[in-house]
Design a protein around this ligand. Structure first.
Ligand SMILES: Nc1ncnc2c1ncn2[C@@H]1O[C@H](COP(=O)(O)OP(=O)(O)OP(=O)(O)O)[C@@H](O)[C@H]1O
Length: 682
């Protein structure tokens, strides 16, 4: 037997070794489960085996993700704080729970209540913790630790070196989790309850995306069963962004969360067309919801004649005024068009039944069902309350000026109506080249006909770019659940970008959500964020400038290049960045991308597209400015800022696009220009 080492690091390593052994034993227990005896049929067996396989996956010991990253020594056993003489307890905090053969915890899940002081405790409020220890790893080996004695008044408060190292670590590959270093103000958002909706305003690199993803993981832990039933969804701006973040939740042991773009959610039709900005602006306006509501309801036609139901030798007549009453009553209810349509035959049948009873018959439910299915009743329903096809309805609204006018009167101006009407409408919905905004309208119409299924929790990232109608589409997917809205008003680059969070929350139907602000920046170094923040007064006056918590001041170079020399200078800057460690993003106006791609090809420099994983061989990504949002690179080379600004329909949007591009760098930014810099930046 080994003697217990006096060296604290050796003791912690020993705990790591035994925790790993315990994890292995847990995995082996699951692997050894024999389900042949407990399942009566193969369907059950398949399901059970699937669950077992997932559990085995979740119990994997990943060489490069440390099993624990922290330790808390409590003064008393949690829950017994007040008990006299209660002994202290020690907990190791990690990504997942590990217990030994006796069931005693070796590692506690970071999301458990006893782990919370790891993120929140301070000298001011030690939360009954005497010692907080952070661990440092090199590769998979435990190589360092750092202590804070929270109840020791003589110990000076200091910035954690391990935290700084983590923040400074070069980014290669997809986004990674931040469980070991979640900050107190971030933790408050991560652990806020499932019942409440939260909206986070935060400048570039303040950790909004990271916080949103960790919040999902936390909620799944705290409300596992409920969310397994109702579902969770993360919404991001585009495929490359979703690809960039897709590994974070699996690394936290959560494999079940769906990820989608807003376009994916409303994909009732194939999108093959585009709108000009003016049309998209009107189509995305919340007033369109009222136009659609009126148009759907206009399909109900007041009955002009009654229904006659023949059964055997008898005829039963529901007169038109009675039918009219039934229709009005259904219209007055807060019911979807389709649900009311389904209820109508039963209501008519009920009226027939009442007559039957009055004349001495004793009909039962089966008779009512039979009457509801009677051909005369069906015909009446079809005439009064015909089915509505959402795509057909939107097709008609956008191609038939009279139909649009009838429902948009007093809602849209004549000019706005003209703007959304197609110049050359396709004959049928099928042959229509639908735009993304049209698909959202169809989704709204869909919801008017059939209620959209609501999830338990939705995280909406880069929210500032959504149109009011898109917010509504997201909102109806969490009517019975809650939402985490993440965004930065200064990074809004659509013509309909969100002016205030209160307005966005109104469209989402979550007016009660709390708005939190994050201002500590983890990505962009001081010098670079200061440079980018020069744009703030022009693009979002009133927003707080990000305060970088990065130690490295970062390298910022702004170089003017003579006419004709830009491409060569860009290649040089890329080559210079490639000599360092980490990923490189070459960001340029979309229109400049083909020329730069050709230049890179000609020079034999391999490059990737956004969302493609960086590898040791290919570390350079050529990023069109329109796709840069949400992404980050160790070094960024920014080509011709003026072209980035000019690529947008108006100056403010252009400057916002530039702000996004300027704030992607973790370590260094090189700006190259041959045209003059925008005055706001110069
Ligand atoms: N507490 C933290 N500890 C370590 N790294 C962090 C922490 N918070 C955020 N980061 C890192 O900072 C970077 C920026 O985070 P993230 O992408 O979530 O910011 P964001 O606010 O969504 O930025 P943007 O507005 O540009 O999309 C990421 O690399 C993330 O891992």
């Amino acid at each position: 037997m080994n003697a217990v080492s006096a060296d604290p690091l050796a003791r912690e390593r020993a705990h790591l070794t035994s925790s790993r052994a315990a994890l292995r034993a847990m995995r082996e227990d699951v692997e050894a489960l024999d389900i042949r005896d407990v399942t009566a049929n193969w369907v059950n067996a398949e399901v059970l085996q699937g669950q077992i396989d997932d559990r085995i996956k979740a119990l994997a010991d990943l060489a490069h993700t440390p099993l624990f990253f922290g330790r808390l020594d409590y003064a008393h056993a949690p829950g017994a704080e007040e008990a006299e003489g209660a002994e202290g307890e020690r907990f190791y905090i990690g990504r997942r729970h590990v217990h030994d053969a006796a069931g005693d915890p070796m590692v506690i899940d970071w999301r458990a209540p006893v782990s919370q002081p790891f993120y929140r405790a301070s000298k001011k409020d030690p939360m009954d913790v005497t010692l907080r220890r952070r661990f440092g790893y090199t590769g998979g080996d435990l190589t360092a630790y750092e202590d804070e004695h929270l109840t020791d008044a003589t110990e000076a408060e200091q910035v954690s070196k391990l935290l700084q190292q983590e923040i400074e670590r070069p980014r290669v590959g997809p986004m990674r989790d931040i469980v070991a270093t979640i900050q107190p103000e971030q933790d408050e958002i991560v652990r806020s309850g499932l019942a409440g909706s939260v909206c986070v305003q935060g400048g570039p690199g303040t950790g909004k995306t990271a916080v949103g993803l960790h919040r999902v993981a936390y909620l799944l832990y705290a409300h596992r069963e409920r969310l397994a039933r109702t579902g969770t969804l993360v919404i991001g701006p585009n495929r490359s962004f979703l690809h960039y973040i897709e590994q974070v939740l699996p690394a936290l042991g959560e494999l079940e969360v769906k990820q989608a773009t807003v376009d994916d959610l409303v994909a009732h039709v194939e999108v093959r067309g585009t709108d000009d900005a003016a049309a998209a602006l009107v189509k995305g306006d919340a007033r369109m919801a009222e136009v659609l509501r009126r148009a759907v309801r206009s399909h109900v036609t007041p009955p002009t004649e009654g229904v006659v139901v023949v059964r055997g030798s008898r005829r039963w007549r529901v007169p038109s005024y009675e039918l009219d009453d039934i229709v009005r009553e259904l219209q007055a209810r807060d019911m979807r068009y389709g649900a009311a349509r389904e209820a109508l035959p039963q209501r008519i049948a009920h009226a027939v039944l009442v007559q039957m009873e009055r004349s001495g018959e004793a009909p039962d439910d089966r008779v009512q069902d039979a009457v509801a299915r009677n051909a005369a009743v069906k015909a009446a329903v079809k005439a009064v309350w015909p089915p509505v096809d959402p795509a057909k309805l939107v097709h008609r609204l956008l191609s038939d000026a009279e139909f649009l006018a009838a429902h948009a009167e007093g809602v849209l101006t004549d000019e706005e109506q003209k703007t959304v009407l197609w110049a050359k409408p396709a004959r049928t919905p099928k042959s229509t080249k639908w735009s993304a905004a049209d698909a959202v309208l169809i989704d709204e119409a869909h919801d008017l006909v059939t209620r959209t299924h609501s999830l338990g929790h939705v995280v909406l990232d880069e929210a500032q770019d959504l149109s009011p109608m898109q917010y509504r589409a997201v909102g109806r997917r969490c009517t019975t659940g809650s939402v985490t809205v993440l965004g930065d008003l200064a990074q809004g680059t659509t013509p309909w970008a969100t002016p205030t969070w209160a307005e966005a929350l109104g469209h989402l139907g979550k007016e009660e959500a709390v708005v939190e602000e994050l201002t500590a920046g983890f990505r962009v170094p001081r010098e670079v964020i200061a440079y980018a923040s020069r744009l703030l007064p022009a693009i979002a006056p009133g927003l707080t400038e990000v305060a970088s918590v990065r130690e490295s001041p970062g390298s910022l170079a702004v170089r003017e290049v003579g006419p004709g020399g830009l491409d060569a200078a860009v290649l040089d800057a890329c080559a210079e960045s490639l000599r360092r460690e980490g990923s490189i993003g070459l960001i340029a106006a979309d229109a400049r991308v083909p020329a730069l791609a050709a230049a890179l090809d000609a020079a034999g420099v391999p490059y990737l597209s956004p969302g493609e994983e960086t590898t040791a061989e290919a570390r350079l990504t050529l990023v069109p400015a329109s796709l840069a949002k949400g992404l980050e690179y160790d070094y960024v080379v920014l080509d011709e800022p003026a072209a980035v600004v000019d690529g947008e329909p108006d100056e403010r949007t252009g400057l916002r696009r530039l702000y996004v591009a300027l704030t992607r760098a973790v370590s260094g930014l090189t700006v190259l220009h041959s045209a003059p810099l925008p005055p706001a930046l110069a």
